[in-house]
Design a protein around this ligand. Structure first.
Ligand SMILES: [Zn+2]
Length: 170
C-alpha cells in the first residue's frame, strides 16, 4: 500500500506494518512463585474460559446468531434462544477494555494478598461490552483512573490455572 503523503522510505515501513502474519502461538507458562491466594473453582458453564486462559487466549461467551458478547455465560437476551446456551459459543475476544470503576486495597482480607498491598481491584468494561472484575497490575495504584485503557495479561498460577489480569494498554 502506498500513501501519497509519506516520504518514500516511510512508505515501505508502512507497507510492512500492514502485513498480517498469523503464526501458531506457542504458550510458555511460568509460575513465578507459589500461589497463596484462593484457587478458582470453575463450574462446567465457565470451564471453557479457563481452558482458553491456560492457552493465553481470552474468551468470552459469544452469540452465534447475532454476534453479541456476554460474560459470564448466559443465553442471548436479544432474541428467542435455543435450549440453554444453544446459540452460544466461547470465542476469542480482544482482551481490551477500560477501567469502569476500581478501588485500592490497603488491607489484606486474606493472608495470600499481604505481599501485594496496596493492590487495585477493578471492574473493567471490555471493548466487546461485558464487564469483568480483575486486578490492575503493572502500574502504581495511584496511576489508575476511570476510563483508562487496559489490556489482559495472563497470570499462570499453577499447572491447572491461569488468571486474566489487566495492565495499562501498551
Ligand atoms: Zn444473540
Amino acid at each position: 500500500m502506498q500513501s501519497r503523503n509519506l516520504p518514500a522510505g516511510l512508505q515501505k515501513d508502512l507497507s510492512a506494518s500492514l502485513r498480517v502474519t498469523v503464526k501458531e502461538k506457542k504458550v510458555e507458562r511460568t509460575f513465578a512463585k507459589p500461589w497463596k491466594k484462593p484457587m478458582p473453582s470453575p463450574d462446567d458453564d465457565i470451564a471453557p474460559m479457563y481452558e482458553g486462559l491456560k492457552k493465553h487466549e481470552f474468551r468470552l461467551c459469544h452469540c452465534k446468531k447475532c454476534g453479541a458478547w456476554y460474560w459470564p455465560a448466559t443465553d442471548c437476551m436479544k432474541h428467542d434462544s435455543e435450549p440453554y446456551l444453544g446459540n452460544m459459543e466461547w470465542a476469542k475476544a480482544s482482551g481490551k477494555g477500560k477501567v469502569f470503576t476500581f478501588n485500592v486495597h490497603y488491607r489484606a482480607f486474606h493472608p495470600g494478598f499481604v505481599d501485594e498491598l496496596p493492590y487495585v481491584y477493578a471492574m473493567i468494561e471490555l471493548d466487546e461490552g461485558p464487564m469483568i472484575t480483575s486486578n490492575i497490575i503493572g502500574c502504581d495504584p495511584k496511576e489508575v483512573k476511570v476510563g483508562m485503557p487496559v489490556e489482559v495479561v495472563f497470570q499462570d498460577i499453577n499447572d491447572q490455572f491461569t488468571l486474566p489480569m489487566f495492565r495499562p494498554a501498551q
